[in-house]
Structure formats: structure tokens, C-alpha cells
Design a protein around this ligand. Structure first.
Ligand code: ATP
Length: 322
């Protein structure tokens, strides 16, 4: 869907922001770009909607070279979410969300109805929040309006630059989870820039780990954690990458012990497929040292997870990816 072919960007002052970048984002895939400040993530993203033009190489969108597209027309197909959200202060939440559809000629009533649907979708009741102005919202709520507004014209592609950066860690995690649930229904092709490795891991189907102006590794989060491609990536993901693995490794049947040991099933539990991180958090609160694991469809107990099971699961995940 989005394809970079040997893309280099040199700014007029001689700074090379990215060098010979080649990668592809599949349709419906969410790719996170992660790396330290100044490594070229934002430059990469802004070249997709032509806010920045590459010095050499080309970028294809749905097979078409974007260099020959009209930039205004191009941006209609690309939603853009930035950290400072950029809502119009003098417009209500509903008006803000309806802006783009109205710009492209959707009749006002229809644009507003669609805007109300989208606000609902991002968890803001339009009856409560639709008439408010941006200054009457919390940071997290403003962020949601930003996402709703980007989705309003139903663009196939979304560019998101630190979209959850301006909120505290608790709200941030909630927004991330809501956003993932939303993405499961809307299935946009997404490039998301973040400097936060945990966020990149949690959200990305694949992640691009940037060095300086180049991608050091482009792979699924679990693969990056299990087998960092270079020394640089290894140090970027850190010595505690085993722990980070918890967030991307699901609880599987093979990791479970039989539930009927002493005939007493633990009360706390997770469903198969939940992350080990979620399971371990529960396990740490359980005096019995075990939690129940249920079938996500039938709700039936399939076994119990113990600390040994968590260890086994982590080792399995690391070996699979290595
Ligand atoms: N207009 C510009 N002129 C000259 N150099 C620039 C310009 N914009 C960015 N740069 C430089 O290009 C490099 C990459 O910048 P970019 O904004 O893409 O990085 P980033 O990874 O998004 O950083 P951050 O996480 O801090 O936003 C940096 O060295 C930056 O100083």
C-alpha cells in the first residue's frame, strides 16, 4: 500500500535526515516508526503526504508514484493526526470533526451525522461533547477528537505523529487500547511515529527501528525483541527486552497446567490469547500462585497458569523468533 524505494532526504543546509530508505507497509497494516529524537521519523512520515519532498528515490501509494499526484488531492486520502492535535479553537467538537467531509463537498447535515458517528466510535458521546469547544476538553478527549477528525473523510491511509504523546501514561495506555480496538474494525493502513518503544511494541503489527536516518530493523515486535538485528537495536530495546516480550506473547494452551490438581480452581483469570503481561500482573496478586485460563469463546476453564508456565511461554516465544 505504501512503498518507499531508496528514498533519501537532504535538507538545504546539508543535513541528511534519511538515507536510502526502502520498506513497504501492507494494506490494513499498522507500522510504527520508533527511534531517538532526530533520527528521521517525522521526515519519513511527512514525505508520504508531500509536506516534505524527497531528494531522491520514490514513494508509491497503492502502486502510484505520489510525485505525480496533486498534493491537495493526495492529502484527501491520507488522514493526519499530530500530537498537538491542531483542533480549531473557535469551532465545536462536532464542527471540528465534520471539517474535512464538508471541505470535500459532503452536505452539511450528512457531514455532521457522520461526525457524530465517529465521535461515538472514539468514545465521546456527541450529545455531551459535540457542542463543546476544544478548550472545554481534557487532553485525552482532545486526542480522541483528533483521531475522529482524521477518520472523518474515511481515508485508506493514516499518518500519526506521536498521537498519544501529550497525555499522562495512564490515559495514554487507555487511548492506545481503544485505538487498537478501533483499528480492528476500521483496518486502515497506518504509519505511526513514536519515540516510545513500549508504544511501538504494543501498537505495531511491525516496527521500524531507526538508527540515524536509516532503518536498522523492520520486523514484528516479537522478532525485534527476540532477535535484535544489530548491536544498536539490542541496546535500543534494552537489557530488559525479555520483560518487554511479556506484552507481545500470548498465553497458549501448551503453557498451562491441569486445573484439577487440588480440585480448587483459582478465581482470577484470563482468556487464552491474553498477553503474558496481563496474566503475570494478575498472577502477582494471587496468593495461590496460579490463575485460571479460559476459552475465549466458550468461557470454559482450560487450565491454570503458574510462574513456571510464564517462564515456559517466554522461552518458547524467544526460541520461535530467534
Ligand atoms: N527543515 C529542516 N532543515 C534542516 N534539517 C532538518 C529540518 N527538519 C528536520 N531536520 C533534521 O533532520 C533530522 C531528522 O529530523 P526528524 O524531524 O525527521 O526527526 P525525528 O526522528 O522525527 O525526531 P523527533 O523524534 O525529535 O521529532 C534531524 O537531524 C533534524 O534536525
Amino acid at each position: 500500500m505504501i512503498r518507499f524505494e531508496h528514498v533519501t532526504k537532504r535538507y538545504p543546509d546539508g543535513t541528511t535526515a534519511v538515507e536510502d530508505l526502502s520498506f513497504e507497509v501492507a494494506e490494513g497494516e499498522l507500522v510504527t516508526l520508533v527511534g531517538p529524537s532526530g533520527c528521521g521519523k517525522t521526515t519519513t512520515m511527512k514525505m508520504v503526504n508531500r509536506l516534505i519532498e524527497p531528494t531522491s528515490g520514490r514513494i508509491l501509494l497503492g502502486g502510484e508514484d505520489i510525485a505525480s499526484a496533486d498534493p491537495v488531492e493526495l492529502r484527501r486520502h491520507i488522514g493526519y493526526v499530530i500530537q498537538q492535535v491542531g483542533l480549531f479553537p473557535h469551532k465545536t467538537v462536532l464542527e471540528n470533526t465534520a471539517t474535512v467531509p464538508q471541505l470535500i463537498g459532503t452536505p452539511k447535515a450528512k457531514a455532521r451525522a457522520r461526525a457524530a458517528e465517529l465521535l461515538e466510535l472514539v468514545g465521546l458521546d456527541p450529545a455531551v461533547y459535540g457542542g463543546r469547544y476544544p478548550e472545554q476538553l481534557s487532553g485525552g478527549q482532545r486526542q480522541r477528537v483528533g483521531v475522529a477528525r482524521a477518520l472523518a473523510a474515511d481515508p485508506p491511509v493514516l499518518l500519526m505523529d506521536e498521537p498519544f504523546g501529550a497525555v499522562d501514561p495512564v490515559v495514554r495506555e487507555r487511548l492506545q487500547n481503544e485505538f487498537l480496538a478501533l483499528q480492528r474494525t476500521v483496518r486502515k493502513t497506518i504509519l505511526l511515529v513514536t519515540h516510545d518503544l513500549e508504544e511501538a511494541i504494543r501498537l505495531g503489527d511491525r516496527i521500524a527501528v531507526y538508527g540515524t536516518g536509516t532503518i536498522e530493523q523492520f520486523a514484528r515486535p516479537a522478532a525485534v525483541l527476540a532477535a535484535p538485528a544489530t548491536e544498536y537495536v539490542a541496546s535500543f530495546v534494552g537489557a530488559d527486552r525479555g520483560l518487554k516480550h511479556l506484552a507481545v506473547t500470548p498465553v497458549e494452551r501448551a503453557d498451562l497446567a491441569r486445573a484439577d490438581g487440588d480440585g480448587k480452581a483459582p478465581t482470577a483469570g484470563v482468556a487464552l490469547g491474553a498477553s503474558l503481561r496481563e496474566a503475570l500482573a494478575l498472577l502477582l496478586q494471587e496468593d495461590s500462585g496460579r490463575i485460571a485460563v479460559t476459552d475465549p469463546d466458550s468461557g470454559e476453564l482450560v487450565g491454570v497458569l503458574t510462574p513456571e508456565g510464564v517462564h515456559r511461554a517466554l522461552r518458547r516465544a524467544q526460541l520461535q523468533e530467534a
